[in-house]
Write a protein that binds this ligand. Structure first.
Ligand code: ADP
Length: 468
């Protein structure tokens, strides 16, 4: 019948718009490597900021002592304490406390934000209690701050802009570590901010601690970002910089990557236009957990406008971000024969009372298309990094060696974030695309390793490495 035909057209158009055949992915890989070069060549040379971190040494296990970390990222705020014994161990002793960030704190003043953070740390330390064996005069802390920061040193840096729904206007342009340090002092805490760390850098640090072949780290949670270890002489924009190891971790801020090769649909264009940061974070808006559910919502809205398969148009379908990505994943992964979960979630979220089985199947298909594209684009981004550092089996972007005579080294990429760790189909699509792009012979040397709380634990490590 006509209504099904219209809906089928919407799905077909979506699939065409989300095309990620391997040829197109290779174009994205090349664009990523080219943009990385441009971002390293000059300030503002690319949408990729390629931020310096001043981290030139990654932990190797000889660190010792008790260190703290605070993690301010997307949805949760974390406080951690890590006990480092001076010996590498696969079982790191650490204590974590998580709490959701109240919405008013995300959009208030910097004083409110940092007082919230400082008082959480104060409570955490107070719980160590009298009998604890932690007897430090002065505590050292790593601050994981997952927003773009222009660093001046390992322990200082200026906020460039907010992402992921944060908006505290008076913070932009200020030194994040100094603001935290002031709040700690104001709250009577004798704690020194020894390292200001992007979450990707924390993940890389802890990945490297467990496995020295780790060369890059990716976060795919509410937002997405990546960092990797670069040769200092390749960082043209800061010539003359002396780093002891000759290498430095570069925070790519890859969420802002853009290329005309990215497969873009009308839903992406609308989502971007209606977002608080249009023309920004284009890659992130196709890949990360904050947005995938909303892309699916937009497609369902369009289908219900074009047909009556979802009954009368529910006003809830027009509410931005009402469909959270974990719910979208639950629909996608519904294995029941009558797709009961899908029906339940559509009813709970959008107040659509009766959804016929045929429509439920289409919703699952939409989730699949959106997630498959996200996973495959993330894979292309990762291969872009490998290409830039000559670990894609082609001998590097300027190298002339052929595939066959290059001995591919074991290469580990640390990955963290709820979208990757909790969404099995996303993870599978990513791996599948990585294998397709690189080919089996090369891909078998590339290990994707999930770290947990790495971004926080890694910051504690870096506080240890860079403590005074
Ligand atoms: P952060 O908010 O700091 O990025 P996480 O790394 O834990 O925190 O990522 C949380 C994000 O991961 C959520 O915003 C959500 O988009 C996504 N996510 C969490 N659980 C799931 C799930 N079961 N399926 C799909 N996505 C999920």
């Amino acid at each position: 019948r006509r209504k099904w035909k219209k809906v089928a057209n919407v799905v077909r158009e979506l699939e065409e718009g989300c095309d990620t055949r391997v040829g197109r992915l290779r174009q994205v890989v090349d664009a990523m490597a080219v943009e990385m070069h441009a971002g390293l060549a000059s300030e503002g040379g690319s949408k990729l900021k390629m931020l310096l971190t001043f981290v030139d040494n990654l932990p190797n296990g000889t660190e010792r002592g008790t260190y703290y970390a605070l993690h301010l990222g997307g949805t949760n705020f974390r406080v951690l304490r890590v006990q480092l014994s001076g010996q590498p161990t696969s079982d790191l002793e650490h204590e974590v406390e998580r709490q959701p960030i109240p919405y008013n704190v995300m959009t208030s003043t910097s004083e409110d934000l940092f007082d919230f953070i400082a008082s959480s740390l104060k409570d955490f330390i107070a719980k160590e209690g009298e009998g604890s064996n932690i007897s430090q005069d002065r505590r050292e802390l790593g601050f994981t701050f997952s927003f773009p920061v222009k660093q001046m040193s390992v322990s200082s840096g200026i906020l460039i802009k907010w992402t992921k729904g944060f908006s505290i206007v008076d913070m932009v342009g200020r030194d994040v570590a100094a603001c935290l340090q002031e709040a700690l002092t104001r709250n009577g805490l004798d704690v020194r901010v020894a390292a200001l760390v992007n979450d990707t850098v924390g993940t890389l640090a802890v990945g490297h601690y467990h496995d020295p072949d780790t060369v890059a780290a990716i976060i795919i949670g509410t937002g997405t970002n990546a960092c990797y270890l670069e040769r200092v002489d390749a960082i043209i924009k800061c010539q003359g910089l002396l780093m002891t190891s000759g290498r430095m971790v570069v925070n790519m801020e890859w969420g802002n990557f853009w290329s005309s090769h990215l497969p873009r649909t009308s839903y992406d264009i609308d989502l971007d236009a209606e977002s608080p940061n249009p023309n920004d974070q284009g890659f992130e808006k196709m890949i990360s957990g904050m947005y995938l559910g909303d892309l699916v919502r937009r497609v369902i809205l369009r289908m219900s406008l074009e047909s009556d398969m979802f009954g009368p148009i529910s006003p809830k379908l027009s509410v931005p971000f009402i469909l959270r990505t974990p719910l979208m994943a639950a629909m996608h992964e519904d294995n029941s024969p009558d797709l009961r979960e899908v029906a339940r979630i559509l009813t709970d979220t959008f107040e659509i009372p009766e959804v016929p089985l045929k429509a439920r199947k289409i919703v699952v298909k939409v989730c699949d298309v959106v997630t498959r594209r996200a996973g495959r684009l993330a894979a292309a981004g990762i291969v872009g990094i490998l290409k830039k550092i000559g670990r894609d089996g082609s001998g590097g972007i300027t190298g002339g060696r052929s595939r066959s005579d290059t001995k591919m080294k074991r290469t580990v990429v640390a990955i963290e974030g709820g979208l990757y760790s909790k969404y099995t189909l996303f993870r599978e699509y990513l791996r599948e695309a990585l294998d397709e792009i690189l080919g089996e012979d090369i891909a078998k040397h590339v290990v994707l390793k999930v770290t947990e709380d790495g971004s926080g634990i890694g910051a504690a490590f870096l506080a240890a490495s860079y403590s005074s």
